[in-house]
Design a binder for this molecule. Sequence first.
Ligand code: FBP
Length: 333
Amino acid sequence: MADHNLVSLESHILRGEALHPGSSGDFTWILSALSLAAKVIAAKVRRARIEDVLGAGGATNVHGETQQKLDIIANEVLMACLGDRPSLSVVASEEHEEPTILRLESDGGKYCVIFDPLDGSSNLDVCAGVGTIFSILRHEPGVLDPVAALCQPGIRQLAAGYILYGSSTVFVLTTGNGVDLFALDPSIGSFVLVTPNIRIPARGRTYSVNEAYSLTFPEGIRRYLAWAHGHGYSSRYIGSMVADVHRTLLNGGVFLYPPTAAHPGGKLRLLYEGNPMGMIIEQAGGRAVAIDGEGRFGPLLEVSPTTIHQRISAVLGSPQEVAAVLAHLPRVD
Ligand code: FBP
C-alpha cells in the first residue's frame, strides 16, 4: 500500500501522458484544474453547515430547479478553475442554459468540458453524498457551433469522471484505459491513488431505483423488479446518482433511472450524467444502456445528442445485472 500512496492524481496523469509521445500537456492541465476545483468544493461542502452555505440560493436554474447555494458556489469554482486553461474552447454546465465559449478552436481551443457541478445537491442538507460529474471531449476541427462541439456520442469522450464528497472525498477517473480511484488525503491536500484499475463485480444482488415511481415505469421494468423481489435482491437508493453509481461500481449491482410519468424521456442528463457515468462503468467492465418509454434499449454511449441538456433513461451496472434487467425488456432489432 505505501507505494500506492506515493502516487498523486497529477503524477498518475503525467505518467499516462508520457505514454503519448508528442502530447502537449494540455490535457493534463485540464485535469489538474478539475482536481483543484474538487479540493475547493470539498472544503466548502465540509464546512457547509458552519459557513451557512446550506439551503436554497434563492434562484432557480435553467431547468426551473431550485438552486442550492452550493450549486452556485461549485459552479463558480469550476468555471474559474477551467476558465484559464489555454487549450479549452468550450465549457458547459448544468447550471447554464448556454455553453461558455472561452476561445475558438482555431485559436488553440482543442478540448471541451461539460459538467454537473453538484449532482444530488438536494441531499446536501442531510449530509448525504453529493458529487461533481465531468466529461471531456475533443473540439472537432472546423466545428464553429459550441453546442455541436459538445453534442458528441459518449463513445467519443476522451475522459470522464466524478468526485464524490462523502465520508471521504474520492476522485474516480477514466481516460479510456480503465478506471482509477483516488482519495483526498487532507493531511497533504492531495488526491492519492488508492485503487488502480477498478473492475466492477460481474454480479451484485442490489438494485438502485426510486421505486416510489414504479407504477409509471415501463412494464418491462416492473417485471424486472417483481423478478428481483422474488430472487433475494436488496434495494439501495440514496437519490444522488454519484453516490448510487459509486456504490454500484465498487459492490456490483445495477442503477436504473427508467422513464416515469413525470419524466417520460428520463430524468438524467445525457451529456453530464449519463455519458460520463456510462464511460466509467463500461471502462470498469460493466454495461450502460439507454431505454425509452416503451422499454426498448440500446447502448447508452452510442446515443447521438442533439441538445446539451437533453435527458435520458439509463440502466448502468454489473454486466450480469444489466442483462437481468434487459431480459425483461422488449429488444430493438
Ligand atoms: P439533478 O441533476 O437535479 O441533481 O438531479 C439528478 C439527480 O439528483 C440524480 O443525482 C439522482 O439520481 C436523481 O436526480 C434523483 O431523482 P429522484 O429524486 O427523482 O429519485
